[in-house]
Write a protein that binds this ligand. Structure first.
Ligand code: NAI
Ligand code: MG
Length: 360
């Protein structure tokens, strides 16, 4: 089986953080004989500068040919004000997601005990938090037709969207979530609004049907408003959560912020075959770009997710995660996670420390 990894550095701090993650991947590739092969392409602002478009045909072709993609981040003040939305950097990402059918978005929210003080919640509520939100990414109300703004009788303007999922869309995201739960603590909470929205009545039914195939997984259901409350009240009650596009957008951002450390959060977007794009949750951080200040850990942990979910190398992924925890134990911190008494390090020094921990 081929294991072609496409690297898309992108803009701002993208090239800096991706360089560190690629070093880590190349090291474990050698150590554990994974057989990964690397190539690189341009996306976002970097592609606009080079080719005039955020997703050049050659990049899309390379994305189709790859078995997994590691992305830095895209965007920056130079391009973000372009009045033509088609040549904005984020069109590059959206184009890859839709062209590759990356419907399964995995958003872990992990709070390393060493960083518990970074959360706005009490340490005892969040320390050691490790939950996974599985969000449907290519359907639901963000894509449903018809949609638009129209005029009703009497000239009253009316905006409308359509919230629709068919059972196949629900089943495939459900499967991603059940599989993820099997690889973790075997508890899955499906989030819906089945007391109000018919589409989520079907959602709940399909999750129940699927659960027969995963008897080991304990399935529960929660309304989205309660889920939002429970996430900030007692987030450690959850293991894996699965939900649709819009609820997932909101809940995953809330869960991310429980950790207080944007520079530590990875993500994955998967297709039906487990091919995926892996990227940190943060953006291109133009305010610190080019200064060797960025935290590369979110990208390094995203690379670990790639090994786990696209290449079945869970043991190697766990080694990388342990190395990340190890450098935190050594009190090494980039500026974004630094606090009194800790040793401030640069992006490259953080990469060096992870490499050293992997070689120890
Ligand atoms: P941002 O996530 O880039 O930055 C927010 C704040 O967090 C900044 O102060 C930044 O310095 C800091 N930060 C982010 N990542 C960091 C890291 N790894 N290490 C240390 N500090 C870090 O979000 P912002 O400022 O709203 O957006 C900046 C640009 O990024 C925009 O052009 C936006 O469109 C783009 N963006 C791209 C995303 C992507 O490529 N997936 C996601 C979010 C934003
Ligand atoms: Mg969001």
């Amino acid at each position: 089986m081929s294991k072609n990894v496409l690297i898309l550095p992108g803009d701002g701090i993208g090239p800096e953080i991706v360089t560190q993650a690629q070093r880590v991947l190349e090291l474990v590739n050698q150590q554990d004989s994974l057989g990964l092969e690397f190539s690189e392409a341009k996306v976002g602002g970097a592609a606009i500068d080079a080719d005039g478009v955020p997703l050049p045909a050659a990049t899309l072709e390379a994305a189709h040919a790859a078995d997994a993609i590691l992305l830095g981040a895209v965007g920056g003040p130079k391009w973000d004000t372009n009045p033509d939305f088609q040549i904005r950097p984020e069109k590059g990402l959206l184009g890859i997601r839709s062209n590759l059918g990356l419907f399964g978005n995995l958003r872990p929210a992990i709070l390393y005990p060493q960083l518990a003080h970074a959360s706005t919640l009490k340490p005892e509520v969040v320390s050691g938090l490790d939950i996974l939100i599985v969000r449907e990414l290519t359907g639901g109300i963000y894509f449903g037709q018809p949609r638009g703004v129209r005029e009703k009788e009497g000239g009253i303007r009316e905006g409308y969207n359509t919230y629709v999922y068919d059972e196949n869309e629900i089943r495939r995201i459900g499967r991603v979530a059940f599989e993820a739960a099997m690889a973790r603590d075997k508890r899955l909470c499906s989030v819906d609004k089945a007391n109000v929205l018919e589409v989520t009545v079907l959602w709940r039914e399909v999750m129940e049907e699927l659960s027969k195939e995963y008897p080991e997984v304990e399935l529960s259901h929660m309304y989205v408003d309660n889920a939002a409350m429970q996430l900030v009240r007692a987030p450690k009650q959850f293991d894996v959560m699965v939900t649709g596009n819009m609820f997932g957008d909101i809940l995953s951002d809330a869960a991310a912020m429980l950790t207080g450390s944007i520079g530590m959060l990875p993500s994955a977007s998967l297709d039906v075959n487990g091919k995926g794009m892996y990227e940190p949750c943060h953006g291109s951080a133009p305010d610190i770009a080019g200064q060797n200040l960025a935290n590369p850990l979110a990208t390094i942990i995203s690379a670990a997710m790639m090994l786990r979910y696209s290449f079945g190398a869970g043991d190697t992924a766990a080694r990388i995660e342990a190395a990340v925890s190890n450098v935190l134990d050594q009190n090494l911190r980039t500026g974004d996670i630094w606090s009194e008494g800790m040793q401030k390090v640069s992006c490259t020094e953080m990469g060096d420390a992870v490499m050293a921990a992997l070689q120890a």
